[in-house]
Design a protein around this ligand. Structure first.
Ligand code: ZN
Length: 311
C-alpha cells in the first residue's frame, strides 16, 4: 500500500481571542496557537522522492507583511515567527530547493508564509479553486481586517490552481472524484497515498490534505487547515462566532458558515467512523489535525512528530 511520511514543521505562533472564533465565549479569553505547516514525503515505486510542504505558516519577519495588515497583526500578539518553515526544514537538513510542491490550505496571511523564499524553478505552488481571484483582488470579501491578500504572492509561472470541484469540463492535470464521504477528492500521486480534499466554507479554495502514513498504513492523517480554529467546534461543544466591528460591519472568520459546518461534520464523521475505501475490508482510521491546534502541537512535540523526529 502506498504511503507517505508526515512531519509537522514549526512555522510560528499567533494569539487568538476566543470571541472571534466560538460562541458562547469568554470575552477575556485568548490562546496562543501554532500556525502549523507539514512536510509530506513520498517515494514512487521506482524510487523517485517527492516532497510536499502543506502551508507555510507565519512570515518570519512581520515587516514583510503588507502595511494594511499591521493593525490586525497588533491584535494577534503575542506572535512568534521563529523558527519559520525554512528554518524548520533546515533542522532536518532540507533546503527550500528540495521541495517539489507547496500546497496551501488557503491564502490567509497566517498560512502563506513567505513563498518568495521558494525560488527553485522546480517548486510548484498549488492552491484551491478561487484562491487566485482572492489574491488578484477580483474577489472582494468584506468580512474583517484579516482579509488582506497580495497579488504578487505567488510566481504565476509556477502556480497551479485546482479546477472547480463541480465542473468536470475544466481542463486540468487534476481531477476531482468522490472518496468515501468526501464528495470531491484528488488522488495526488494516483496511488492512494495522498488526497487533496475539497473543504469549503472557511475561504474560497480551502482544501485539506489526507495522507496515508507509513508508520501505520491503516491510518490517514487529515491536515485540515482552518476548517476550524478551536477544537471545541469540531467536538460540537461550541458554535461559530460572528461579530460587528468598530465600523459596524458584520464579521466572521468563515466566509460561509453553513459550508464550514458541513465540512466539519464530514471531518468529524471520518474521525469517529473511519473512512470506507473501495477494495478495503476495514475502514481506515482518520486523525484530523487543525493548523491552530495548540494541544496537538504539544503532544506531537513529545511524540517526535515534528521534523526531523523519529516517527
Ligand atoms: Zn489560520
Amino acid at each position: 500500500m502506498a504511503t507517505v511520511t508526515v512531519h509537522a514543521l514549526g512555522a510560528g505562533h499567533l494569539t487568538i481571542p476566543e470571541r472571534f472564533f466560538v460562541t458562547p465565549f469568554d470575552p477575556e479569553a485568548k490562546t496562543t496557537v501554532p500556525s502549523l505547516s507539514f512536510l509530506i514525503q513520498h517515494k514512487s515505486i521506482n524510487g523517485k522522492a517527492t516532497r510536499i510542504v502543506f502551508d507555510l505558516g507565519m512570515r518570519r519577519d512581520l515587516k514583510l507583511y503588507p502595511e494594511v495588515l499591521q493593525g490586525h497583526l497588533a491584535s494577534r500578539g503575542p506572535i512568534s515567527t521563529e523558527p519559520d518553515v525554512v528554518a524548520s526544514l533546515a533542522e532536518g537538513g532540507l533546503k527550500q530547493t528540495d521541495i517539489d510542491y507547496v500546497i496551501f490550505s488557503h491564502v490567509h496571511y497566517d498560512h502563506v508564509g513567505f513563498p518568495k523564499d521558494f525560488t527553485s524553478p522546480q517548486t510548484k505552488f498549488l492552491v484551491g479553486n478561487g484562491a487566485l481571484d482572492l489574491l488578484s483582488g477580483k474577489t472582494q470579501l468584506n468580512l474583517g481586517k484579516h482579509m488582506v491578500f497580495e497579488s504578487d504572492l505567488l510566481d504565476p509561472e509556477r502556480t497551479v490552481e485546482l479546477p472547480q470541484p463541480d465542473d468536470a469540463s475544466e481542463k486540468s492535470d487534476y481531477s476531482w472524484k468522490p472518496l468515501s464521504l468526501f464528495p470531491h477528492a484528488i488522488d495526488f500521486f494516483n496511488d492512494g497515498s495522498v488526497y487533496i480534499i475539497n473543504a469549503p466554507g472557511h475561504l474560497p479554495g480551502h482544501i485539506n490534505l489526507l495522507c496515508r502514513i507509513s508508520s501505520n498504513p491503516t491510518k490517514f492523517v487529515c491536515l485540515a487547515g482552518d476548517a476550524c480554529h478551536d477544537i471545541r467546534l469540531f467536538r460540537r461543544e461550541k458554535d461559530i462566532a460572528t461579530w460587528t466591528d468598530d465600523e459596524g460591519r458584520y464579521c466572521c472568520i468563515h466566509v460561509d458558515i453553513a459550508q464550514t459546518k458541513e465540512t466539519l461534520s464530514r471531518l468529524y464523521e471520518a474521525s469517529t467512523e473511519g473512512l470506507g475505501l473501495e477494495g478495503e475490508k476495514d475502514k481506515a482510521q482518520v486523525e484530523v489535525i487543525f493548523a491552530h491546534d495548540f494541544a496537538w502541537e504539544e503532544q506531537a512535540k513529545m511524540d517526535g512528530r515534528f521534523w526531523p523526529g523519529k516517527l
